[in-house]
Design a protein around this ligand. Structure first.
Ligand SMILES: NC(=O)c1ccc[n+]([C@@H]2O[C@H](COP(=O)([O-])OP(=O)(O)OC[C@H]3O[C@@H](n4cnc5c(N)ncnc54)[C@H](OP(=O)(O)O)[C@@H]3O)[C@@H](O)[C@H]2O)c1
Length: 360
């Protein structure tokens, strides 16, 4: 049995100032870990200020500057750490860089460099990669129909085209799929010296520490904001995955920490991380029943099946992980974030299911 004493355990979180990264750093500090976190630019006062203001940050948080387009920069942050959470991913291509032709090449190079640093460090036991369900489409190879369920054996076919995709969603899907495969391949390198776990997370909703609505929450509440670009993101997910695997930000971060703290000698491989798998129809129905004044997407746009493809989250649960947030909590907390950060504009919550219009 492996015993972890939090205050002497150093962990690294790449991308600590993002939506998932900041929540993860907060939880790790609360649990007493020493956290090394990377940001692309330490001169960004808002991002640095947010992390430095977290409880225990003063004594247990060290910030490092590192960019995936310059992946050797992660070495200093990883040195001396016992666990590494690779959360950061390039969302937009850095056109100033001639090193990589797109985000996919950069993401793969980032994974390689970080995994190599972990091996060289001789202290890192496990690398936990924040993957996405977009890499685990249950679509059949020819794109006609879905397999019986989405599980860890599913890999997204990368040669298909989709009605609701765009340049960004395709680049993201390809880069998350190939980067996750690259990360998992390290389980076979140097006799598996480094343990690699990938957590293929569903669309993340809920609360946030950020001062703006994170893009994944914007997608979750797009039926209410009427933001068509975000709503097309939702439609793309349903087309790719047969449903919308959803997970609460707190469960996502708990799952990451669970994969680090698990009391067994070794943990490797791929785990789906999604609590529920509604269709857009089911989400629309919930919003219609609970936030009828807010619903902005008209009925004819709410297409797709009543019941979709199941996302089988059994592998992580069988390891002992328990999800605390169901669809109701994920959607309610996402709406509350949207309200608090004024993405929903003219309403504020006066109870879990009731809204009062305050201004136009
Ligand atoms: N949110 C979801 O629904 C969801 C679902 C499944 C998987 N994921 C995965 O979770 C991770 C975090 O996503 P998120 O939702 O938290 O997004 P986010 O808020 O946009 O965070 C992205 C993070 O990546 C960092 N980053 C971007 N380009 C970088 C680069 N070139 N070099 C170094 N860091 C870079 C950003 O760092 P700076 O702040 O320094 O710019 C930021 O911390 C990603 O790997 C994403 O694929 C997210």
């Amino acid at each position: 049995m492996e015993e972890i004493s939090n205050c002497s355990t150093k962990v690294c979180v790449t991308g600590g100032s993002g939506y998932i990264g900041s929540w993860l750093v907060k939880k790790l500090l609360e649990k007493g870990y020493v956290v090394h976190s990377t940001l692309r630019n330490l001169d960004e006062k808002l991002k640095v200020g947010l992390l430095k203001s977290l409880p225990n940050a003063e004594t247990r948080l060290v910030l490092f500057q590192a960019d995936i387009y310059n992946p050797t920069e992660f070495e200093a942050a990883i040195e001396g750490c016992h666990y590494v959470f690779h959360v950061a991913t390039p969302m937009q291509h850095n056109t100033q860089s001639s090193k990589y032709k797109d985000t996919c090449e950069a993401a793969i190079a980032g994974v390689k460099s970080i995994a190599d640093c972990c091996i060289r460090s001789e202290t890192v036991k496990r690398l936990i990669y924040t993957a996405s369900v977009v890499s685990a489409s249950p679509l059949k190879e020819d794109g006609v129909g879905y397999k019986s369920a989405m599980d860890e054996s599913c890999w997204t076919p990368l040669n298909l085209s989709y009605t609701f995709s765009n340049e960004f969603t395709m680049a993201y899907t390809i880069s998350k799929t190939l980067a996750e495969q690259e990360a998992l391949s390290y389980n076979e390198i140097e006799n598996g010296k480094l343990e690699v776990v990938s957590l293929a997370c569903g669309q993340v909703g809920g609360d946030t520490l950020l001062s703006y609505v994170p893009s994944s929450v914007a997608v979750v509440i797009s039926l209410l904001t009427g933001n068509l670009s975000c709503y097309n993101g939702l439609r793309f997910l349903q087309e790719l995955l047969g449903s919308i695997p959803l997970v609460h930000i707190d469960d996502v971060c708990e799952a990451h920490i669970f994969c680090m703290e698990i009391k067994q000698q070794s943990l490797r491989g791929r785990f789906l991380c999604a609590a529920v798998d509604p269709t857009i129809q089911e989400m629309a129905k919930y919003y219609q029943q609970n936030y009828p004044q807010l619903l902005k997407i008209s009925e004819e746009l709410v297409g797709g099946p009543d019941r979709g493809c199941n996302c089988d989250n059994g592998k992580l649960r069988e390891m002992g992980f328990e999800y605390k947030y169901d669809m109701k909590k994920i959607l309610n907390d996402s709406v509350d974030s949207g309200n608090r950060l004024e993405a929903l504009g003219t309403y504020f919550t006066v109870g879990p299911c009731s809204f009062e219009k305050v201004s136009y």
